[in-house]
Ligand binder design. Sequence first.
Ligand SMILES: [Fe+2]
Length: 345
Amino acid sequence: MRLGTFLISALKAPVWIAAIPTGAKSFVGNPVIGSPRLNRWGLHVARMRLAAFLAGPRRRWLGRRVAEDFRTAYARDGFVVMPDFLPAPDFERLRAEVLDEPWDAHEMRQGSTVTRRVLLDVARLRPTKPALAAFLRSRDVLSRIRYVASTGGEPAFSIQCILANAGGAVDDPQCTVHSDTFHSTAKAWFFLHDVGPDEGPFLYVPGSHVVSPQRLAWERAQSLSARGDAKRDHAEGSFRIPIEDLHRLGLPAPKSIPVRANTLIVADTFGFHGRTPSPATTRRIEIYGSLRRNPFAPWTGLDPLSLPGVKTRIGSTLVLLDKLGIARMPWRPVGRIRLDAPPQI
Ligand SMILES: [Fe+2]
């Protein structure tokens, strides 16, 4: 090792080590987390086990606000599908508020799929979009997302438009079955349209949110080589899994989940999931929420994004953090457009 490289590593080492008790997951961005030697000694598996252990009591506490049938479905499958979520008049009002006007949008291209997002601030929506604002602050929505994420924090909500087969050459990495990270984390989709079997529905491997001995052994094997993996997302800690490995882990085949409009899905994306490849050009629009916090916190509160004045302005807070270079977003602004406009990037 050259002297310069050694000195830089010595200076950065405390930062890499300090990231171990956080949600940091990149095997390529953090040489300590990605170290084959440390992972042979059990670092990655120990982080997984401790995160799962701490999620248990947090989730039990949050379960006070969640119905038993939801808890049972989550424990069995790792995701919960709730059709006819809103009363029909409320749903129609919400859908009109979302679809009838242009929005300040961001876009990201992953292969042939473009994802368009409108980051949402409840504070700004309340005067003009009351049905949407009420949905985002609804106890029924928040408590379910928090339960699955096993944290009491504030989800980040956006309107999401998936434009599948929108040109571009590379495959969509979201279509590869994967786990987002090494611990429980929640994503939610509230669908404004039907999503048929050929329109790129969500897919999930039922039961793959469980930290089983087989899963731990598979994770340990991945952790030894992940930092050199050619699949960028895999090296970054979102492990991709071949279908044959699912069978070896004793898991079923991925289940594709077509839905009707007015369905809410909340899923623990530690479990293996993805998007069913769409054979045709499709466009679907949904309200999307995500919630991920430090998996090693023993508590469910003390979330900076839950502070008064911040929790109703999470969209603009994320844009500000991006501008300051504190938390970079992969999204680029594309101006004020209708949600059904063609891709801008
Ligand atoms: Fe994912």
